[in-house]
Design a protein around this ligand. Sequence first.
Ligand SMILES: Nc1nc2c(ncn2[C@@H]2O[C@H](COP(=O)(O)OP(=O)(O)OP(=O)(O)O)[C@@H](O)[C@H]2O)c(=O)[nH]1
Length: 470
Amino acid sequence: MTSLLTRTPDGLLVDPDVALLEALTSPDLPSKKHSFRRRDAELDPLLLAAAVASGPSVTRNHYAHDFFPGVALPRAEGAWDWSQWDGERVGAVNQAKKFVYTSRQGPRTSRARAEKENPDSDSKRPLASIPVNAPTGKRRQAAAHTTSVPSHASQSSPIPPVKVTCMARTRIPTPHGPAFLHLYHNNRDSKEHLAIVVDPAQFCDDNSSSPPPIRSSSLDAVWSDSETEMDRLTRGAYVGRLSPTSHTASSPGHPKNSRLVDAIPSPLVRIHSECFTGETIGSMRCDCGEQLDEAIRLMSQPIIMPSPKPSETPTRIPGRGVVIYMRQEGRGIGLLSKIRAYNLQDLGHDTVTANLMLGHGADERGYEVAIAILRDLGLASSSGEGVRLLTNNPDKVRAMEKEGLKIAERVPMIPRSWKKKHEGGRTAGDTEERLAGSTMVGGNAVHGEDLEKYLRTKVLRMGHMLSLDS
Ligand SMILES: Nc1nc2c(ncn2[C@@H]2O[C@H](COP(=O)(O)OP(=O)(O)OP(=O)(O)O)[C@@H](O)[C@H]2O)c(=O)[nH]1
């Protein structure tokens, strides 16, 4: 962006763009001493981003501000409440209702003091999320049967322990085989996080030769004395296969270990973050849709159990695992900001810088709710069999271990296009072997220029554990 220097009433030569940016992005609103007129409605993030990208007079204090009407907790998850915005009135100068520039940073002095007092504190963490509304009806009953996990945050603040409740479960036939979708409520945010449980053993009444089924203890709990069998069946608290002629409500309590449990590999687990663009409309800017598909595919592969006697044929048991699907769109910044970030990427910035330019952290996700869901499914005890975590992301591994998850093994997720290149054109689980699906799940490898750039940034800037040679 080029701008001409202009002279202020005091006779000083100033760059109006930089002066405007200074004033608009400082914690205090512009005061009367500034000689220029506010142009709130005409400004947009791209203009500011262009100024940020071009000027030498830009510091980190120019980041972390919002451009639209602020809400009570601008950083709270889901806080971007468009119902509070009544439209952009370009050109309406003397409007009573003005745009508010919301600084997401506290004053520099208080930030410095906080950092000094608690050097480990993560000043970029989102503020405590909005508490869920008061429970009503079934929700109130369910609230008594939540699975709670002591919160690390609770050691230094009054945030209550994370509580999750599986509100309902149902069978979903996928291109890779059956899965059980579990919908969770929690006391940290108002999002409906999900668990996709791949565990066909749940259809069998006799689990003596397979690992214990992966079941939600909050779902199987009896929610009230008045709960009928029909209530339980409707919310998915049943065992075996549900049909017009077969329906057995489940009993509370986690299933017992069976005899083979020590010999079989720990279940695969993926903590996956929502990506509307990659998963729903097949965007090839990222590999999110492919990763979701690959995770379900890997979990659905049968496990071959070698027999102790070489003369006997190996046993095949159904594969199992869980995708915890967290509604943390755009690495926690939300779809609106992610869309803006994509425009900044088209302007030449990478995925990390784009987030920072919008005032966000490179990654704003938290994993406490995910751990609480795993615990509810009986998979997150620190002493149990542990899980095989499907990820390349070292931060995710650290965060999960910090929350107390036992990781028996990290299983990498090599992009299909890279694998394909490496293996001379064939991918593990290639189309010949896989069911053709018209949806993202069931599709084949995605590739393209944008995706390559994104994947390389994940390796080079976010430390993802992938070899660029692969
Ligand atoms: N802000 C932002 N978010 C993105 C972008 N591309 C994908 N995402 C989001 O990133 C999240 C997935 O993050 P990834 O880094 O791909 O995966 P990960 O889950 O951290 O790491 P892995 O476990 O190794 O796959 C989803 O929430 C996507 O919506 C982008 O360019 N900008």
